[in-house]
Design a protein around this ligand. Structure first.
Ligand code: GDP
Ligand code: IMO
Ligand code: MG
Length: 428
């Protein structure tokens, strides 16, 4: 008997509602795995009117008796991890078992400082608008092969040796490039040892946890953070994050082979948002954008920044279908469109006077893209109580069908509210 394995990833620029979709699907899963990113993520789950925001903990953590895994591809900020665990304990919540891969890299204090200094030093037009969580600098060290891994925190001698070498480089960068104060070795070393003492019981072979669960018939969910258009390779580079949120990242970031993946589910908002800098062809700076922001509560779950809002972009959805091999789309926040008389949806771009239906790999090209819209009628009623596709008003069903026709991919789940129960499942 083999369990089913699903990857759940973001289709757009993040914040599509991946956390809430994972929370719904986790009811049938044995293990939920985060495989990339770090505390730059903010995944919201609402259960019984109580709201939880997870930055590092997989969104299955609220299910006692199940397992949650932080894979090798994640960059872990232990302060945030422990804060999240303590926060749940303070709320009296029992949690799933947590396994952190030995090989996950640790976000060190200098990563966060350098992230913020580097962002501050970027000129207008080149700023990325990072979350300041040390993500880029931590992944840079991983690939430079000078990173500190979770396993190093519980090996004082190795930690001393690695930290001595790495901190020398970091202090050179801090003092000589940014004119900042150097960091004290003793302070960071002691902090890292304290992290090690707390994280030790959680360390494990993440890939084995997943392998054993699947072999014993349990379902596994791989929970992407960020999204396709923020992917270091496939996103709108350089306005991207430093990891691989796309489906392929689930395998490298957890140690699970691609032949064992059953389905890839892309989470897309019924409209579109972006936080931080970079091109966004369907962005609406006027009244429609403001209505989406207010009705959708579009303020960052990690940084509180107002999210940029606009219409759904089917050129981008089609791109996500192709680069991830999507089997299904989970369409969230359909209820946010309840009030609109008309809903626009982008079906092509006009770039330098030419119509183009495929997503350009060049960010400069994308920045020139003018959306070509189709306008569909709104439904002008509250859909938040609908629990089946047939209960939705005709115009809402037509909107969903329009997306699945154009994307040539079925919409397998629909969100009509933030709560766990505010969900229409269509074969997922
Ligand atoms: P994630 O990063 O992809 O997990 O998404 P976020 O949690 O950052 O942002 C999604 C926001 O939309 C959160 O505030 C969710 O509670 C909320 N949300 C998710 N699905 C729905 C939905 O179907 N309807 C409404 N109204 N809100 C939703
Ligand atoms: P979830 O998982 C939306 C954006 C940042 C910035 C860029 C790089 O909640 O969908 P980074 O700190 O990663 O170096 O920032 O990526 N970004 C996100 N935007 N949702 C996220 O996560 C994001 N994580 C990073 O705003 O533009
Ligand atoms: Mg988010």
């Amino acid at each position: 008997m083999k369990g089913r394995t699903d990857i759940v990833i973001g289709v757009q620029w993040g914040d599509e509602g991946k956390g809430r979709v994972v929370d719904v699907l986790a009811a049938d899963a044995g293990v939920v795995v985060r495989y990339q990113g770090g505390a730059n993520a903010g995944h919201t789950v609402v259960v019984d009117n109580e709201k939880y925001v997870f930055h590092l903990l997989p969104s299955g953590i609220l299910y006692q008796g199940k397992s949650c895994v932080i894979g090798n591809g994640v960059v872990v900020d232990p302060d945030t991890l422990f804060e999240e665990l303590d926060g749940l304990a303070a709320r009296g919540k029992k949690t799933a078992k947590l396994v952190v891969s030995h090989a996950a890299h640790i976000v060190m204090p200098y990563h966060k400082i350098i992230d913020r200094l580097a962002e501050g030093a970027r000129s207008e037009g080149t700023k990325i608008g990072t979350t300041g969580r040390g993500i880029g600098p931590c992944y840079a060290d991983k690939y430079e092969r000078i990173g500190i891994r979770a396993e190093d925190l519980v090996n004082p001698e190795v930690l001393r040796d690695k930290l001595t070498r790495t901190l020398k480089i970091k202090n050179d960068i801090l003092t000589k490039i940014y004119g900042a104060e150097p960091l004290d070795f003793g302070e960071i070393y002691e902090k890292a040892l304290a992290w090690g003492r707390r994280i030790e019981p959680m360390l494990g072979d993440a890939f084995l946890e997943i392998d054993e669960a699947v072999k014993s018939g349990g379902n596994v969910l791989f929970e992407g953070a960020q999204a396709t258009l923020l992917d270091i390779d496939h996103g709108t580079y350089p306005f991207v994050t430093s990891s691989s949120p796309c489906a392929g990242g689930a395998c490298t970031g957890s140690g699970f082979g691609p032949s064992r993946i059953d389905r890839v589910i892309g989470v897309a908002k019924a409209y579109c948002t972006r936080v931080g800098e970079g091109p966004f062809p369907t962005e609406e700076n006027g009244e429609a954008g403001e209505t989406l922001r207010q009705k959708g509560g579009e303020f960052g779950a990690t940084t509180g920044r107002p999210r940029r809002c606009g219409w759904c972009d089917l050129v981008a959805v089609d791109y996500a279908v192709k680069v991830n091999g999507l089997d299904g789309i989970a369409l969230t926040k359909l209820d946010v469109l309840d009030e609109f008389d008309e809903i626009k949806i982008c079906t092509a771009y006009e770039i330098d006077g030419k119509i183009r239906k495929t997503f350009p790999s060049s960010c400069a090209e994308l920045a020139k893209a003018k959306p070509v819209y189709e306008t569909l009628p709104g439904w002008k009623c509250d859909i938040s109580k609908c629990r089946s596709f047939d209960e939705l008003p005709q115009a809402a069903r037509d909107y969903v069908k329009y997306i699945e026709d154009k994307a040539e991919t079925p919409v397998v789940l629909i969100g009509v509210g933030a709560g766990r129960e505010d969900t229409i499942r269509r074969g997922l």
